[in-house]
Design a protein around this ligand. Structure first.
Ligand code: ZN
Length: 328
């Protein structure tokens, strides 16, 4: 088996609140006097398969409780970058929804500053380059999403893009159009979770209505040959997260995951974790799993990583540097 850990890797899709170290939740939780589940993993780690995406997302509730103070956001963001480094990730994009971190009085701007401070500390210590994406949430109002887009625009020096996350099965993307228009006009990049809990029509909506430049997951894209062909032709990257996609039941088995078929059709697929803690995974172990499942090797690894470099929300100079790091 290829030693993926040693290889320089890029990750495009990972949620900060789903990737908090278990030991850190335990430590801060104790400090805050929270009543923690025993064992604590039951509150933070998803079972092999959840009932659905909403069930999977409930594993984030406890982590959010320890992410309400500036010092804790700094620590968690710094540790996240250290974890990327240990995984061999040289460029990682991390996303989170700032509006979920205001329970103890932090303002949106303070939340972003706290996370940025931790990411910068981690980057200085490890040399990992990190991009920050702010998430709008599907169940929230158009006005809330606009506030997130404005926040991203006001922090464009440290935020590379916006995302739409949350319960795709029950909430369409169209109401969030104004936020995505604002982000585009501010020069921010756009990605949208789609084709995970709903079908290919949701991917089409993300591209046509929200101007998505990348699609989070997109595992159900084969349901529409037309959408599939559009995404292939325009090389729109799919941020696929195989283990998470199985756990949320977006695919019924890992062996049936479309990533291998899509790669063979020259669709721009990439490999990420989605949730390092909730799914107990790393980019290293995602590629190990793909090697076992589909007999992937160097060609597939480098192909996906080049796709990721080409789809990263970075400057052209950084993109060239990243492409240069991807070697055997
Ligand atoms: Zn996600």
């Amino acid at each position: 088996m290829i030693d993926y850990r040693q290889l320089s890797k890029i990750e495009l899709h990972c949620h900060l609140d789903s990737s908090v170290r278990i030991s850190t939740v335990a430590e801060i939780g104790k400090e805050l006097g929270l009543s923690l589940p025993d064992p604590i993993e039951t509150g933070l780690v998803a079972p092999e398969t959840c009932m659905d995406l909403a069930d999977y997302l409930r594993r984030i509730d406890l982590a959010l409780e320890v992410m309400q103070q500036r010092k804790h956001l700094i620590r968690i963001a710094r540790e996240f970058v250290e974890d990327l480094s240990a995984d061999g990730v040289v460029y990682g994009e991390v996303r989170f929804a700032p509006q979920l971190h205001m329970r103890e009085g932090l303002r949106l701007q303070e939340v972003v500053e706290g996370v940025n401070e931790g990411l910068a500390e981690g980057a200085r210590a490890t040399g990992v380059h990190v991009g920050l994406i702010l998430c709008c949430l599907r169940h929230e109002s158009a006005e809330s999403s606009l506030a997130i887009a404005r926040l991203a625009a006001a922090n464009a020096n440290s935020v590379c893009g916006i995302d739409l996350a949350g319960d795709e099965a029950r909430y369409p993307g169209t109401p969030h159009r104004a936020a995505f228009d604002l982000a585009r006009d501010a020069g921010l990049r756009r990605t949208v979770h789609a084709g995970e809990a709903r079908g290919a029509e949701s991917i089409q909506e993300a591209i046509e209505v929200l101007g998505a430049e990348r699609i989070g997951h997109g595992v159900r894209i084969e349901e529409s040959p037309k959408v599939l062909e559009y995404v292939r032709e325009h090389a729109i990257p799919l941020e696929m997260c195989p283990l998470s996609n199985y756990q949320t039941r977006a695919v019924s088995s890992l062996a049936g995951h479309p990533i291998d078929r899509l790669l063979r059709k020259n669709v721009c697929v990439t490999v990420s974790t989605d949730a390092r803690t909730v799914s107990q995974t790393t980019v290293t172990s995602e590629f190990e799993r793909l090697e076992k499942l589909f007999d992937w090797g160097w060609d597939e690894f480098l192909h996906c990583q080049r796709n990721a470099a080409n789809g990263a929300f970075v400057s052209s100079a950084t993109r060239s540097r990243l492409l240069g790091m991807l070697t055997r």
